[in-house]
Design a protein around this ligand. Structure first.
Ligand SMILES: NC(=O)c1ccc[n+]([C@@H]2O[C@H](COP(=O)([O-])OP(=O)(O)OC[C@H]3O[C@@H](n4cnc5c(N)ncnc54)[C@H](OP(=O)(O)O)[C@@H]3O)[C@@H](O)[C@H]2O)c1
Length: 343
């Protein structure tokens, strides 16, 4: 394929192109708040109910996000007939068991990333969802953004040629007391931040045949910085880094034999990118507003689209992809001795 005149157009649905579902929100923390704001501000999806470990926190959160009902007990919410699909926004070690409860109640489920603390937990969730015939996906929101659909089309059309190198990193500073520093909550850079660069490489290239990694611990004992190299049986290599000890450039770059694609900073959030033709140096620019977590609504639209079409998985993040990137994460963690207390 020769270098295109124009970039393809994103095929992501508009908010009024999908049915309005009733959402149950599990957890009342940082990302639950962002997700509810994105639903409220950009979609016709309904926040039917929220659930917290405490009724008073559920009441306060329901008021803040405009939810119709507040529950202090998960079973109450799962019995609520207005809840079509549950968004799980609890800490990582809770995801597997929370998801299994939702699936056992026959509800569809969108689970914050990562789906489990390791690939085995994701396998258990995927098997239960398939057995129950409910929709299930990992909320790896990056893959549902319009810009990623444009990149998907460019890669599939062969515009980049054969991929030879990928660079991606995700790093930011966290204050003492944050969940990410807590060993009891499977803290460390890998599950909160490393998920993005590892997802990016495996989304483009699949399973590597060789993984190398080095890690440095934070004072609390969790893994603070991890640098990873993935080698593929093709020409490709991926160079990935994650850190909770400070800001990284948060770049995402794909180099192919025909073209290079460079995301603007924070590749995993809404934003722009540049596609550069190797032969001529010609550049095409994709512009997307850097609206940060307001862009979480795209994943909700995809879930509503899939459920309305009777699908139990989304092609944008199939369960098999979730399991296989967690296999790579497990491999990295094995190499650096990053074992969680509950493993
Ligand atoms: N997509 C993204 O950009 C993004 C960004 C940040 C986080 N995340 C993911 O979302 C998940 C939640 O992260 P967060 O930053 O929102 O965490 P958070 O602010 O700590 O919120 C987690 C919520 O889960 C509930 N919870 C249940 N059991 C808990 C326990 N044992 N300890 C603490 N809280 C518990 C709490 O609500 P109640 O007390 O009301 O029960 C709490 O507010 C993580 O898995 C993370 O990877 C995704």
């Amino acid at each position: 394929m020769t270098f295109p005149e124009h970039l393809p157009v994103s095929r992501r649905p508009m908010p009024d192109e999908v049915p309005s579902l009733g959402w149950g929100i599990m957890g009342t923390g940082w990302i639950a708040d962002k997700f509810c704001a994105a639903l409220r501000d950009s979609t016709t999806q309904r926040i039917s109910a929220v659930v917290s470990r405490s009724q008073s926190r559920a009441d306060a959160f329901a008021t803040a996000v405009g939810a119709e009902r507040a529950h202090g007990d998960v079973e109450q919410m799962l019995a609520d007939p207005t809840v079509d699909v549950v968004y799980i926004a609890t800490p990582h070690p809770n995801h597997r068991d929370d998801a299994l409860r939702v699936i056992a109640a026959g509800k569809h489920v969108l689970i914050e990333k990562p789906m489990g603390i390791n690939a085995q937990q994701a396998r258990e969730v995927a098997a239960a969802a398939r057995e129950a015939g409910v929709f299930c996906a990992e909320a790896l929101w990056t893959l549902f953004l319009p810009k990623f659909d444009v990149v998907r089309q460019l890669v599939q059309a062969g515009v980049l040629g054969e991929i030879i190198a990928i660079q991606a990193d995700q790093g930011e500073w966290f204050d003492d007391g944050h969940r990410i520093l807590d060993p009891e909550l499977a803290g460390g850079a890998m599950l909160d931040l490393g998920t993005y660069p590892v997802m990016f490489a495996t989304w483009l290239l699949g399973q590597p045949d060789e993984v190398q990694a080095v890690g440095t611990r934070a004072d609390s004992g969790v893994m603070g910085t991890v640098t990873m190299s993935l080698h593929y049986p093709t020409l490709a290599q991926a160079s990935l880094q994650t850190s909770l000890l400070g800001e990284l450039p948060n770049v995402g770059m794909i180099s192919g034999t025909k073209a290079m694609l460079q995301f603007d900073r924070k590749f995993y959030q809404p934003g722009s990118f540049t596609l550069l033709d190797r032969a001529t140096g010609r550049a095409l620019r994709y512009e997307e507003k850097a609206i940060e977590h307001a862009g979480l609504f795209h994943e909700a639209l995809e879930v509503a689209r899939c459920i309305s079409e009777g699908r139990t998985e989304t092609p944008l993040r199939p369960l098999g992809d979730t399991i296989s990137y967690l296999d790579v994460m497990d491999d990295v963690r094995d190499r650096i001795g990053d074992r969680f207390l509950m493993e």
